[in-house]
Ligand binder design. Structure first.
Ligand code: ADP
Ligand code: MG
Length: 153
C-alpha cells in the first residue's frame, strides 16, 4: 500500500472547511473515492458541501439522515459530466445491511465519484485506492484536517 500525504491544516471555521473541500473537489477524477473519518459534528458533511460545490452541484447538501446514498450529477474541472454519490453509513450496523445499499459496488464504480461518511461501518473493507480525509476537533470552531491518498499497489 502506497500512501501519500497531501495536506494537513487547521480550519478555523465551517467556511474554511468548505473551502478545503472545494480545493480537494477540484482535483477529483472519475472513479475517485473520498473516505471521511471524524466524530459526529467534526465537519464531514460541511466539507462535503464544499466538495460538491466544486463539482458544480448546487443542490443543498445535508447529512443524508434518512437517505443512505444521495445521488447528484456533477462536472469535473474539465467539464466532463460525472455521477457523484454522497454516502453516510452511520446508521448501518452490519455488513449485510451495508451490502443491501449497494455500497460495495458503488465504491468500485470507475465511472463515478463516491464520498463516504463513516466508512468504518463497513469494517476493514476498503476500495483499492482512495483519498482519506481525517477531521479532528481542535477547539470550539477549530478542526485539524489531514488528507492522504492511498493507492493499492
Ligand atoms: P459531521 O458530518 O462530521 O457529523 P457536520 O458537518 O454535519 O459534521 O457538522 C459540523 C458542525 O460543526 C456544523 O454545525 C458546523 O457549522 C460546525 N463547525 C464549526 N467549526 C467548524 C469547522 N472549522 N469545520 C467544520 N465544521 C465546523
Ligand atoms: Mg454528516
Amino acid at each position: 500500500m502506497n500512501t501519500t500525504p497531501v495536506a494537513g491544516l487547521i480550519s478555523a471555521s465551517a467556511d474554511e472547511t468548505r473551502e478545503v473541500g472545494g480545493q480537494l473537489g477540484r482535483t477529483l477524477q472519475l472513479g475517485d473515492v473520498v473516505l471521511l473519518h471524524g466524530d459526529l459534528g467534526a465537519g464531514k458533511t460541511t466539507l462535503t458541501q464544499g466538495l460538491l460545490r466544486a463539482l458544480d452541484i448546487s443542490a443543498p447538501v445535508n447529512s443524508p439522515t434518512f437517505v443512505i446514498v444521495a445521488n447528484y450529477e456533477g462536472h469535473l474541472a474539465d467539464g466532463a459530466r460525472v455521477p457523484v454519490r454522497h454516502v453516510d453509513l452511520y446508521r448501518l450496523n452490519d455488513a449485510e445491511e451495508i451490502e443491501s445499499t449497494g455500497y460495495f459496488d458503488l465504491i468500485d464504480d470507475s465511472d463515478a465519484i463516491a464520498i463516504v461518511e463513516w466508512p468504518e461501518r463497513a469494517g476493514s473493507h476498503l476500495p483499492e485506492k482512495y483519498i482519506l480525509v481525517e477531521i479532528d476537533f481542535a477547539g470550539t470552531d477549530a478542526r485539524s484536517i489531514t488528507v492522504t491518498r492511498r493507492k493499492g499497489e
